[in-house]
Write a protein that binds this ligand. Structure first.
Ligand code: SF4
Length: 338
């Protein structure tokens, strides 16, 4: 089996034996779960005395750590694979984060295609961003762009647990901080999730460098259409009289301060609020609590849920940023995500 990610197994193995850990919980995002056997077999070979249990719960970010599973099995170490630490939450369980860096370099053909495209769109000052799996490719991209006469700029996230140029689905300070200095953004990532997030946070041209499909994709038009859709949802909620605010039940998605800010602002506008808390959220759960009197919902647990999962719900489902736009009456600038 080809293992394209670095799970830092020697480091993990050393950490386990140095601390004499006996019972370990491993948590992986769904896309990496298939590597559990490789990881478990390797660690057990190096440390035959240990017991390893794999959590099958879904995790989409370091906001969602399997603390409950770790406590239930009395683990002395939780190994969270696929993310680095979340800026707003530190697990109360002894946790090691393994980022799972993608092992391969950006291919020459991919880089050459990028150069051609950046010339075509006249993007000279190039913002460089990445998800954690490819953050080590940032320096090679930066050098390549410099050698070819571009001015590459890598943004710094506001939070020191994140690395240079890194973005999360809900954290784009590395992009926002350099927005006015760049002509376009590039982002090294698979899928559309993070690239679209960069567009929503900056409304600048975004070119995705996809190492998995070995191609570059300009997602700007898709981003523009998404933004229009979001304004459409916002418009339907501008006259709301009653708002449901849904907080997150998972420790890293519990944001009572944000609930307080939104509900107080709503009160001053004469909008009645009902507050909920949920670990998981989908259309069925929303329909179960929905009443004719509720005009809209705001999700504060994960601000991507309204955009990626609940975008076609029967009533407006808003992010915290969109709710603030309505409550302040300022629609001139799209606020994403909060
Ligand atoms: S986007 Fe959602 S799942 Fe991802 S880190 Fe943020 S809150 Fe967690």
């Amino acid at each position: 089996m080809d293992i394209p990610y670095d799970f830092k197994l020697d480091y993990l193995s050393e950490t386990i034996s140095k601390n004499n850990y006996k019972r370990i919980l491993i948590q992986l995002p769904n896309g990496l779960k298939k590597y559990y056997k490789y990881i478990v077999d390797y660690l057990k070979k190096q440390n035959p005395h240990i017991e390893i249990i794999v959590s099958l719960s879904a995790t989409y970010g370091a906001c969602d750590i399997a603390e409950e599973h770790a406590r239930r099995i009395n683990a002395d170490l939780l190994v969270h694979i696929g993310h680095n630490m979340y800026p707003w939450y530190k697990p109360r369980i002894n946790t090691v984060f393994i980022e799972a860096k993608y092992k391969y370099s950006l291919s020459t053909s991919l880089l050459n295609n990028l150069i051609e495209y950046l010339k075509e769109i006249k993007c000279k000052n190039v913002g460089i961003l990445s998800v954690i799996q490819h953050s080590h490719n940032i320096s090679e991209l930066k050098n390549f762009l410099s050698i070819n006469g571009f001015n590459p700029i890598v943004g710094s996230p506001k939070y020191n647990v994140m690395v240079s140029g890194q973005v999360l689905g809900c954290e784009y300070s590395a992009a926002i901080g350099i927005k006015d200095k760049v002509d376009c953004f590039t982002i090294i990532s698979g899928g559309m999730f993070h690239a679209l997030g960069v567009y929503l946070a900056t409304t600048k041209r975004v070119v995705k460098i996809d190492p998995y499909e070995n191609r570059i994709v300009d997602i700007t038009e898709k981003g523009r259409r998404l933004l229009m859709k979001r304004y459409g949802v916002l418009m339907k909620a501008t006259d709301m009289k009653t708002l449901g605010i849904i907080d997150g039940g998972k420790p890293g998605q519990y944001r009572p301060w944000l609930v307080k800010v939104l509900s107080e602002k709503a009160r001053t506008k004469g909008i009645k609020t009902y507050i909920f808390i949920a670990d998981e959220l989908n259309k069925h759960i929303l329909r179960n609590i929905d009443l004719p009197e509720i005009d809209a919902y705001t999700i504060v647990s994960c601000p991507r849920l309204p955009i990626d999962d609940l975008y076609d719900y029967e009533k407006p489902v808003l992010t915290p940023g969109e709710t603030l736009m309505i409550l302040t009456g300022d629609m001139s600038r799209y606020i994403f995500p909060w």
